[in-house]
Design a protein around this ligand. Structure first.
Ligand code: TEU
Length: 553
């Protein structure tokens, strides 16, 4: 399958569909929704981890890479899913978490017993002379990234939760194990892989970071390209059909030029996150800040144009399981909910790269309705609540920040219908269902031709039908415009123009192209006012215009 023409759909198994009434989604639930997914038109399903795990980080803490967590089903269930998906032309993409394991993984348990072979699978270091952790690095989930083990008088490194010890990629035996895991799943018929925080596996030096939390010491490290090339050569690279995406936390674009350039033989494409900080205060996530639209636009276009100049490929997304819902963040939850959900889809799906839709995004699902700390499940959110209140913030102010920025916003159960628990489960869901399910749900949207769901179907089809979408060059339009996100895609004489009003107010947009030669391919409003190079945009309006090559001269 051509990755440029493909669209990936991300599934968070825990919240997708529960067939057993346990309140937790399962693999059979995914199989039962294959018709829905085929109808939407997606080509790959990225399944977040379903391996045996104590679930401290919802499966991103893997205890056994070769077995399926019984709460999600069995290996037979997985094989059935793979088979039935393939029949519908859908490939499975698995999520491989190799920066760390669970602390319950047999390797770590042996390490803690003092087995020197397995101790070298992880990163144990002596504390500083005079006491304290080996370096000042901070865990991504808050607090020190080092945990003290009294038996050894040493610390182990965990860039994420304490129960997620980092693997030592300098050890060739670790890399060989990782490659073995990938080959195992390839043999099961898997068609792609997503590698979790893969750009953090090569650490630079175990030294203090003078002005920060350690990020430069373990991001895009000195041996990262070598490690990725080896992983490619020893595992997925043996099958040219397999597509891969690396999750690149806090990465530098220069590194991504190489990660995602086909000639480098590292990965097919990369996720970067700089554009997702548009509502942070600088690097600070746990504060309330307005959306910086101009900053967002600048970052998006700089990745678009520079990655293209280097022949490298982007993964495109606005929603995923770690991000609050985009319609709540950048759009509107009330008056213009539908229009803004469609506009945001238009904005990113027609850029240069492979789009990733996160479950429920195609319905315009919104942030969770969380009122108290006990409504939250996410380790990062709960840790940061405590950090904020220890710093002196009132619990209600801390909760307000969580309501905006918690990853749980994306993890509420999928809204299938207006039945009890949104049709997600017969039992009590592991996380609170969003009460707006009576209005926003798949059943209702399937019946409504004007729904966000049907609009997403059309967007996906544009990528299949128009080569200019999959292969065209990209050029920002009106970079300085403070209201509109617009760009042109072009292939030879063929041209596609996408104009998105980012705000809930009317706005007249003027560009440099004569639009009278264009036809409208898609829009979230039935009527349009376009004259020469000007478009009278309604709140959150998105218009996709197309001009064929021949008509040009
Ligand atoms: O996320 C890595 C990551 O750094 C972020 O997306 C993170 O969730 C966010 O920055 C916190 O502010 C990946 C997975 O996608 C995430 O679900 C896991 O929790 C994490 O790795 C650890 O495996």
């Amino acid at each position: 399958m051509d990755y440029k023409k493909s669209v990936v759909y991300e599934i968070y198994p825990k919240s997708f569909c529960d067939t057993k009434g346990t309140g937790v989604g399962d693999l059979k639930g995914i199989t039962s929704k294959l018709d829905y997914l085929q109808n939407l038109g997606v080509d790959y399903l990225w399944l977040c981890p379903f391996f045996v795990s104590p679930q401290v980080d919802n499966g991103y803490d893997v205890e056994d890479y070769y077995s399926i967590d019984p709460r999600y089903g069995t290996m037979e269930d997985f094989e059935e899913l793979a088979r039935k998906a393939e029949k519908r032309g859908i490939g499975l993409m698995l999520d491989m978490v190799f920066n760390h394991t669970s602390d319950r993984h047999i390797w770590f348990r042996k390490a803690l017993k003092g087995d020197p072979y397995y101790k070298n699978f992880y990163i144990f270091k002596k504390g500083k002379e005079g006491g304290g952790a080996p370096t000042n690095w901070q865990s991504r989930f808050g607090g020190s990234a080092w945990e003290y083990v009294p038996e050894f008088d040493e610390y182990y490194l965990h860039l994420y939760a304490m129960q997620q010890p980092d693997l030592n990629w300098e050890n060739p035996d670790v890399r060989a194990e990782v490659e073995k895991v990938v080959r195992f799943w390839m043999e099961k018929g898997v068609k792609g892989f997503r590698f979790d925080v893969i750009n953090q596996v090569s650490k630079k030096a175990y030294e203090d970071d003078p002005d920060g939390d350690g990020t430069p010491m373990f991001t895009d490290g000195p041996r990262i390209h070598e490690f990725l090339k080896e992983l490619n050569e020893q595992s997925f690279g043996r099958d040219p059909e397999i597509i891969t995406v690396g999750e690149m936390a806090a990465t530098k674009m220069e590194s991504c030029f190489r990660y995602a350039n086909p000639e480098e033989h590292e990965l097919t494409m990369v996720f970067s996150f700089h554009h997702m900080r548009a509502d942070f205060a600088g690097d600070q996530k746990w504060v309330l800040a307005p959306v910086d639209f101009m900053g967002f636009k600048k970052i998006m276009f700089s990745w678009q144009t520079k990655m293209a100049e280097h022949g490298s490929w982007n993964a495109l997304f606005l929603d995923n399981h770690d991000q609050p819902r985009i319609v709540s963040r950048f759009g509107s939850e009330d008056e213009y909910w539908k229009e803004s959900a469609k506009m945001l889809g238009t904005l990113y799906q027609l850029l240069r790269g492979t789009p990733f839709i996160y479950q429920g995004e195609e319905l315009g699902m919104t942030n969770g309705d969380f009122k108290e700390l006990s409504d939250y499940r996410d380790v990062e959110s709960i840790n940061n609540f405590h950090i904020l209140t220890e710093k002196g913030l009132s619990p209600s102010d801390a909760l307000r920040i969580l309501q905006k920025h918690s990853r749980d916003n994306a993890r509420t159960p999928m809204q299938w219908s207006s039945e009890k628990h949104a049709g997600f489960s017969q039992g009590e869901p592991w996380m609170k269902v969003n009460p707006n399910y009576e209005r926003i749900n798949a059943q209702a949207e399937l019946l409504d031709e004007d729904s966000v769901f049907h609009y997403y179907r059309q967007l996906i089809q544009l990528r299949k039908q128009y080569e200019v979408v999959s292969d065209g060059d990209v050029r920002p339009l009106g970079l300085e415009d403070e209201r509109v996100f617009a760009f042109e895609r072009s292939l030879g004489e063929e041209s596609l123009v996408v104009i998105c009003n980012f705000y809930g107010r009317d706005y007249t947009w003027k560009g440099e192209l004569d639009l009278s030669q264009y036809q409208i391919l898609l829009s979230n409003y039935p009527e349009h006012e376009i004259l020469d190079n000007a478009v009278w945009l309604k709140p959150f309006e998105a218009v996709v215009l197309y001009r064929k090559g021949e008509q040009d001269e």
